[in-house]
Design a protein around this ligand. Structure first.
Ligand SMILES: C[S@@+](CC[C@H](N)C(=O)[O-])C[C@H]1O[C@@H](n2cnc3c(N)ncnc32)[C@H](O)[C@@H]1O
Length: 337
């Protein structure tokens, strides 16, 4: 919390720093547990704002749609470049949208500011030459592609359940598909309508589950606490798997446990480390129709066999039917779960 009147130096310092500034937590609601805070709106770090604008490659006369108005800062920059009548911005949160409207007005900008769910775009002002999101997505809504002219660009921060990060720049083709690659290093808040909302112990692991036991030679830290590049690659192979660490789980003989689960909560695995240094085997418990640790092992093996590809070798193609992730070339793809 920082008040402009009471702490002007700190306030101006935050405003001019190349850091994100959180402007709302917990969707503006009081948290049941005050330590459980989730940033829900912010001004992004200026360097990432400018990098995204560069990636958009804007030119006079283009029409742009922004998803996630936030403070209105980026919408003001778009309006400055393209003119108010060519810019539409959409924000889900009613309090945030009101503040953005007044910020924009106070600074002499008048883009169209819509209060609504940006996951379905905003067809009224379309088609657009550029659609950009300033919240991240796990699935690119096909409406964004549909509302973009052929040859136009959809730019969005990307995340998947395994890892957060990467800017995805898709070019829309004449056939209604959109395809493109990633540039790394960006962490945005997830679009509210794509939040997972699952908790491992409340929603996934149940007392009545009877998991199967096996062992693995794959070090859990090699997949779930490894370099960004590794986790980015694994996330693209794993699709709908997520993980959580449990240190000191109060289970006899277990020092640290890695949980892995499907996003529908139907299948899970737990991989246990007993505290032995340089151990060569870990105990694995699996439950559900999918053997999720086997999927992790297969993804890791694929990553090694393909010379440990980093984010610059990955791309994505979006069609009305779904998402295809690919390595190096769109023809070398697999359906993204
Ligand atoms: C990082 S902030 C946006 C920063 C903003 N572009 C700026 O210049 O200040 C992300 C915003 O996305 C909004 N958002 C999240 N889900 C949304 C959705 N489904 N539709 C529209 N806006 C959404 C959040 O409420 C939040 O204000």
């Amino acid at each position: 919390m920082c008040d402009r009147e009471r702490e002007p130096d700190r306030w101006w310092g935050a405003a001019y720093a190349d850091e994100p500034v959180v402007t709302q937590i917990n969707d503006g609601q009081d948290a049941e547990d005050p330590s459980d805070t989730l940033p829900s709106s912010s001004a992004s770090a200026p360097s990432i704002v400018f990098r995204m604008l560069e990636l958009l490659d804007l030119a006079p006369g283009m029409r742009a749609l922004e998803i996630g108005t936030g403070t209105g800062f980026n919408a003001a920059l778009l309006s400055h470049r393209l003119g108010d009548t060519n810019v539409t911005t959409i924000e889900l949160d009613p309090a945030v949208v009101e503040l953005a409207r007044s910020n924009l007005k106070a600074n002499g900008y008048a883009p169209t500011v819509v209060h609504g769910d940006g996951s379905v775009g905003w067809s009224v002002q379309g088609p657009y030459d550029r659609v950009m999101a300033t919240c991240s997505v796990k699935r690119v809504p096909y409406d964004w592609v549909r509302q973009t002219r052929p040859g136009g660009v959809v730019l969005t921060p990307w995340e998947n359940p395994w890892i957060c990060g990467g800017l995805l720049r898709l070019t829309v083709g004449d056939d209604g598909t959109a395809t493109g690659r990633y540039t790394p290093d960006s962490a945005f808040m997830l679009m509210r309508t794509q939040r997972l909302g699952l908790r491992l112990f409340r929603d996934v692991v149940m007392d009545e589950h009877v998991p199967t036991e096996s062992t693995t030679a794959l070090d859990p830290w090699a997949v779930a606490d490894s370099a960004f590049e590794t986790q980015f690659a694994l996330g693209h192979r794993l699709g709908d798997l997520w993980y959580a660490w449990h240190h000191g789980p109060e289970v006899e003989g277990v020092v640290t446990r890695l949980w892995v689960a499907t996003t529908d909560g139907g299948s899970w695995a737990a991989v246990d480390w007993d505290g032995t240094e340089n151990t060569e085997r870990y105990t694995v418990w699996q439950h559900g129709p999918r053997q999720v640790w086997k999927e992790v092992e297969a993804a890791h093996r694929w990553w090694l066999d393909n010379d440990r590809p980093g984010p610059d070798r990955f791309g994505l193609t979006v069609t009305p039917e779904g998402h295809t992730a690919w390595l190096d070339h769109p023809a070398n793809g697999w359906p993204l779960r």
